[in-house]
Design a protein around this ligand. Structure first.
Ligand code: PCA
Length: 324
């Protein structure tokens, strides 16, 4: 009799645990960049903090390195609810909303201070745009300043002509077109392969991405610090998944997101200095473009600013006047 009673109690206890475990939500978080990247590390800390503080109501499990969805798939995956949460490079989404590529317009914001002001000026419109697509915006963090990598030395406009260029969004494709380079869009995960096979020989990206990829091992010896823009990654949530959370948990997520954003901006600033040093320590030539090239890039930037303003229309105008 006692045995039966004990078995009965054990089953009840098991059922209770099972129920409790099922009471919370579990979110798989799609991250495009490798676990060692500062964006991924920051997101992982955010996920851990939310999971620990939510009393079992929400567990977030991160999947870095495109292991759940690749960079190019993450926006659609979150939008359709295949992934409840994910991080995506904003300016690759210009076709979804031109406001998302404002942070990749050359020379619009060339310091962290300006990048923050541009972020604040553009955030309300961006959040609204995402909301209309069934997405909740959590936070955004910039990559360090974008610079020009090349296998060979670049001293003149003529040196750019015909260079096989790795692009990561429409803005970098346009820069390549306007400077005579030959662009191919390639996600960060495929950078090393693209350089080692000779598919590309130049790109514009952060010192961080060059360092993470050990780009010097693929014959890339030059980094020109043009610091023309600070593009951001953003973390977004599917609205249906969001609505399943109670309001305390939603508040917790927003609070942790604000913290992650602050930490992420600081990590980015550190990387902007340290990672450039890492490129130089690895033997790369790290410097600036000469004045005629700088002028050329600035002219390209001016052309692109006009083109973007046309695409972004009145919403773009509102944001730009809030920024300036
Ligand atoms: N690294 C990412 C985006 C911007 C950056 O610095 C990349 O190269 O794809």
């Amino acid at each position: 009799m006692k045995l039966i009673k004990n078995i009965f109690l054990a089953i009840v206890a098991l059922l209770l645990t099972f129920n409790f475990a099922n009471a919370g939500e579990k979110w798989d978080m799609a991250l495009a960049y490798g676990a060692g990247n500062f964006h991924s590390a920051n997101a992982t800390e955010f996920a851990k903090n939310v999971s620990e503080k939510s009393d079992g109501k929400l567990t977030i499990v991160t999947h870095p390195g495109g292991s759940l969805f690749k960079g190019g798939e993450i926006f659609r995956a979150v939008r359709t609810g295949q992934a409840p949460i994910g991080e995506r490079f904003m300016s690759a989404l210009g076709k979804e909303d031109p406001l998302l590529e404002i942070d990749s317009q050359p020379f619009l914001a060339t310091s962290y201070g300006q990048a923050m002001r541009l972020y604040k000026a553009s955030k309300p419109e961006i959040v609204k745009g995402l909301d209309s697509k069934g997405l909740v915006f959590l936070y955004a963090v910039p990559w360090p300043a974008q610079g020009l990598y090349s296998k060979k030395e670049i001293n003149s406009i003529a040196d750019l002509k015909g260079l096989k260029f790795r692009a990561y969004n429409s803005a970098t494709i346009r820069i390549a077109e306007l400077t005579g380079m030959a662009p191919t869009k390639i996600e960060a995960a495929e950078i090393s392969q693209a350089f080692s096979t000779g598919a590309v020989e130049s790109m514009i990206t952060s010192p961080t991405t060059g360092k993470n990829k050990k780009i010097w091992e693929n014959g890339v010896g030059y980094f020109y610090d043009i610091a023309a823009w600070f593009p951001k990654n953003m973390v977004i949530v599917n609205k249906e998944a969001w609505n399943k959370l109670d309001s305390d948990t939603q508040k917790l997520v927003m609070k942790e997101a604000a913290l992650a954003e602050r930490k992420g901006w600081n990590l980015s600033k550190k990387g902007n200095v340290q990672d450039k040093k890492a490129l130089a320590d690895a033997g790369m030539k790290v410097g600036k473009v000469n004045s005629s090239l700088k002028k050329h890039f600035e002219e390209v930037g001016a052309t692109m600013a006009k083109e973007w303003a046309d695409r972004a229309g009145s919403r773009g105008k509102t944001v730009l006047s809030a920024y300036k």
